[in-house]
Design a protein around this ligand. Structure first.
Ligand SMILES: [Fe+2]
Length: 246
């Protein structure tokens, strides 16, 4: 199973807060920081999914996923723009929707959305690492994201609302009436939702590839190897100094 080191989890958290501080200002920034402060402990550890063959079903997976989606969304927007697309929304709006599209996965105000699966058999044989917390009122992840944002008094522009609401594309049945409009009046008025959906899909599939190839396990093994070598050489240096002086 993919695992992040405590240092990687901490580094990802710092990167997430940097993204918030760099992209928002004034009262909205204040309210966002208040919300991130409220959820820090739980958000840091939250996974991005419950099944290991989905994506980022590990501690710290949520924050890592949100960073991937945000950075990918900015890159994908550039590709659309360079290819001639109309970009009638701001980077702030794109980043806001990307950062919060999965906010509901953190849980409600009191409890986590995902809880570790206590069945070893299901973890080992079916990769069901986390299960949905039965104590929570049922809401879709998107509905809960919007509920939490309004709880903290964080106002969204209509581009942000539509972008966040439609990030799951047609994987979410409820999005059909937005994406498949039979009259021109109903067509989406900006490309923000398509770009966010592409970013989310790309990040999710790449996270899956990382898991499948075990890249992260290799990085951790390498870090551990370096740590052991550093320890060994420190111990050797120590022994040398004791024997032969400084
Ligand atoms: Fe996502």
């Amino acid at each position: 199973m993919k695992e992040l080191t405590p240092e990687q989890i901490q580094e990802n958290w710092k990167q997430l807060i940097r993204l918030v501080e760099d992209n928002f200002t004034g009262e909205r920034l204040e309210k966002l920081l208040k919300m991130y402060d409220y959820f820090e402990e739980r958000m840091c550890m939250a996974p991005a999914s419950g099944k290991e063959h989905f994506h980022n079903a590990h501690a710290g997976g949520y924050v890592e996923h949100v960073i991937h989606v945000t950075t990918s969304a900015l890159k994908i927007k550039d590709v659309w723009e360079q290819s001639g697309a109309t970009i009638n929304f701001t980077d702030e709006e794109l980043v806001f929707a990307a950062l919060h599209h999965d906010l509901g996965k953190v849980g409600d105000l009191a409890d986590d959305y995902y809880t570790p699966n206590d069945s070893d058999w299901h973890r080992k044989n079916q990769g069901l690492i986390y299960k949905h917390n039965p104590n929570l009122q049922f809401m879709t992840v998107t509905d809960r994201a919007l509920f939490l944002l309004q709880h903290f008094g964080i106002v969204l522009s209509d581009n942000e609302y539509i972008g966040l609401r439609l990030t799951d594309g047609l994987y979410e049945e409820a999005n059909k009436s937005y994406y498949i409009g039979y009259s021109p009046d109903r067509a989406l008025r900006s490309n923000i939702a398509y770009i966010l959906h592409q970013a989310d899909m790309m990040a999710t599939h790449i996270e899956y590839d990382f898991w499948k190839r075990g890249d992260h396990a290799a990085v951790i093994a390498k870090t551990e190897e370096v740590k052991v070598k550093t320890k060994q050489s420190t111990a050797a240096n120590h022994a040398f100094k004791e024997l032969f002086g400084e």
